[in-house]
Each structure stands twice: as structure tokens, then as C-alpha cells.
Design a protein around this ligand. Structure first.
Ligand code: IPM
Ligand code: MG
Length: 364
């Protein structure tokens, strides 16, 4: 089959890891006789430098005309000045909003091979396998008002955690659908003891649960959830939460897997269903790590696993996705490690070698 993929490498290590994912995708194409048409675009700091905007209208148009988007990372310290008018991150947010990618799936899986390579006791992280469903186009990131102003008693600023019933309903539904295909338990994370938007979230979650009598719904406060993630991660299976909570909790959760460099993500415009193509954007959860850029150091696994999610959700190529996932697991089992997941008696490799090893397994 023939597919078109918009490729936005972005900043820092983004291009380093995206190249590896494309290498793997090319061998998938060869093995399974598919054709991928890659269309390259700029986003983030590099787009600001070259096009004067973090995301040009042409780039977003190109993404809309593709079957899926593969993205590296955005961000550069030169734009970190809080007074800066443009931020590389604006490009990413414009993509998420402009492409209506409201459902962000972030699986957190601890590979058996990495159980001894985390900051936690092996018996705590062993067997961890859960998935976050993060709302991606609402809440504090996009709510209005959002501004700074001066008063006679100093400056003030506001961000708005705004949610409509419709936005909550559709993301909670994604949570229930995924829970139905897994352990039939959904944890909805909120701060309903304090926040009004969370109270609405909880009410809507309860209403939607009527449509899923086979799934048990549990409500968990976000502070308790942050504790539970590291206290007993095996307790978790499917979690659904709003944008900012999901952002923070998934960085925390990535530590269970050993490194941010291990966690993939899919941002979807609809409810994922086996064998059905949903438009989506795929990116690692890590940032652009500018200090590591171009050094053949970064771990490409999160991006390669994101590409596998693309095969599964946007291209409905389940078998192909499984082959890539199995290849990653085998390479880890054989003891190959990038610097971020290095362990005793393991073989240290760079970004390119890790990609080549996975390519060899997929192709073999
Ligand atoms: C993420 C990132 C982004 C976010 C940044 C880069 C805007 O941290 O995807 O988790 O906050 O959503
Ligand atoms: Mg984040």
C-alpha cells in the first residue's frame, strides 16, 4: 500500500532521532511491500530562523494532506527568554490545535531488559505497563484569557483552565475505549477537590461511564496520582487526564521506563480502533536536548516506537507495528544501550548504531 507521511524533524536531537525512525520505516516498506512518500517540513526554532514563524501555513497544509505526521522535537535555549515574542513550542501547539489532535496516548512500559536500569528498585518497576490518555487541545495551554498586564501594585498574569463538556466527553471516551481493550479499568485523574474544571470533568466522566458498564471507573486526585505512579506503578492500567496534568505526570512516569528517551506518543484526531485509520501525529515525549544534538548520542527508541504507533493507528498496519516493537525489545534484550539507559556489562551504542541494530532485526 502507498502512504504519505509528513516529516517534521524540528530542533536539537529531533533530526537525529527522526532519521533513525525513517531508516526503520524504509525497511518496513521493503519487507512488507509498502510505499512511503516522505514530505519534509520545518517546525519550531528552525522554522522561526528560516521562515519567521514556528509553523508556516504551508507546513500545516502539507500535514493535513498526509496520512500521518512524524515529529522529532522542538525547542532551543536561544528562545528561552520569557520576554521573547515567538517560541518554538508555539509551532507544536499550533500543530496539535490546527490538526485537532485532542487525544494524546502515552504508553509507559518497563522492558524486562531495563528493570535494573532505572532509579527505582527493580521490584517496584517490574511489570509496569500502563497508558496515559492526555487531553491535548484544551485546558491551560489554550484557554482564554491568557495574558500578562500591569497594575499599580505590580504585574499580573492569568492562564485559564477552560474545558467544555464536549472536550471532556470525547477524551474520556477514548479512555474508556482503550480500557475496554485492556484491563477494563479506567482511572480519571483530576483535582475535583479544588478546581471547578475538574468537577465538570468528573461529572462528565461519570456520565460517559454509563455507556461502558463493563469498565470500572476510578477517580484519582492528581497529587495522589503522582505519588501512586512511583509507589505502585503496577496498579495502573489506563489513565485519562487533562492537558497540564498529563504533561507533568508523563515526564514523571517516564522515569519508570529508565529514560525519557524510551517513551513514545501518538496524538490522534479521533478514537483509536484496531484496523481503522485515524489521522495522527507521532513524536517522542522528550524534548530537543540541544546539548546532545548532532553528537550521535540521543536514544532513538522513543521516536522509533512512536513510528510504530503511527503504523498501528494511522496506517492500520498492526503486523508491521508489532514487528518494529519486537525488534526494539530484542535489541534491548541483547544488551545494546544508548548512554541514557546504559547499565553494567552492557554494550554502549550511539543513535545511528541503535537505529541500525533495530533495522537489522526488522529486516531479518
Ligand atoms: C510534551 C512537551 C510539550 C508540552 C512542550 C514542548 C510544549 O512537554 O509534549 O509533553 O508541554 O506539551
Ligand atoms: Mg511534556
Amino acid at each position: 500500500m502507498k502512504f504519505s507521511v509528513a516529516v517534521l524533524p524540528g530542533d536539537g536531537i529531533g533530526p537525529d532521532v527522526v532519521i533513525e525512525a525513517l531508516k526503520v520505516l524504509r525497511v518496513v516498506a521493503k519487507k512488507f511491500e509498502h510505499e512511503f512518500d516522505f514530505r519534509y517540513g520545518l517546525v519550531g526554532g528552525i522554522a522561526i530562523d528560516q521562515q519567521g514563524t514556528a509553523l508556516s501555513p504551508e507546513t500545516i497544509k502539507m500535514c493535513k494532506k498526509s496520512n500521518a505526521v512524524l515529529l522529532g522535537a522542538v525547542g532551543h535555549p536561544k528562545y528561552d527568554d520569557p520576554k521573547a515574542k515567538v517560541h518554538p513550542e508555539d509551532g507544536l501547539l499550533a500543530l496539535r490545535k490546527g490538526l485537532s489532535l485532542f487525544a494524546n496516548l502515552r504508553p509507559v512500559k518497563v522492558y524486562p531488559a531495563l528493570v535494573d536500569n532505572t532509579n527505582f528498585k527493580p521490584e517496584v518497576v517490574k511489570g509496569t505497563d500502563f497508558i496515559f490518555v492526555r487531553e491535548l487541545t484544551g485546558g491551560l495551554y489554550f484557554g482564554r484569557p491568557k495574558k500578562q498586564w500591569r497594575t499599580s501594585r505590580g504585574r499580573q498574569a492569568v492562564d485559564s483552565m477552560l474545558y467544555s463538556e464536549h472536550e471532556i466527553e470525547r477524551i474520556v471516551r477514548v479512555g474508556f475505549e482503550i480500557a475496554q481493550g485492556r484491563g477494563k479499568k479506567l482511572i480519571s485523574v483530576d483535582k475535583a477537590n479544588v478546581l471547578e474544571s475538574s468537577r465538570l470533568w468528573r461529572q462528565v466522566a461519570i456520565e460517559v461511564s454509563q455507556d461502558y458498564p463493563d469498565v470500572e471507573l476510578e477517580h484519582m486526585l492528581v497529587d495522589a496520582c503522582s505519588m501512586r505512579i512511583i509507589q505502585n506503578p503496577r496498579y495502573l492500567d489506563v489513565l485519562v487526564t487533562e492537558n497540564t496534568f498529563g504533561d507533568i505526570l508523563t515526564d514523571e512516569a517516564s522515569m519508570l521506563a529508565g529514560s525519557m528517551g524510551m517513551l513514545p506518543s501518538a496524538s490522534l484526531a479521533g478514537v483509536p480502533k484496531e484496523g481503522v485509520k485515524i489521522f495522527g501525529m507521532y513524536e517522542p515525549i522528550h524534548g530537543s536536548a540541544p546539548r546532545r544534538a548532532g553528537l550521535n548520542m540521543a536514544n532513538p527508541i522513543a521516536t522509533i516506537m512512536s513510528m510504530a504507533m503511527m503504523l498501528r493507528y494511522s496506517l492500520a498496519l498492526t503486523k508491521e507495528a508489532e514487528v518494529v516493537e519486537a525488534a526494539v525489545e530484542q535489541v534491548l534484550d541483547e544488551g545494546y544501550r544508548t548512554y541514557d539507559i546504559m547499565g553494567e556489562d552492557k554494550t554502549k551504542v550511539g543513535t545511528g548504531e541503535m537505529g541500525d541494530l533495530i533495522v537489522a532485526k526488522v529486516g531479518g
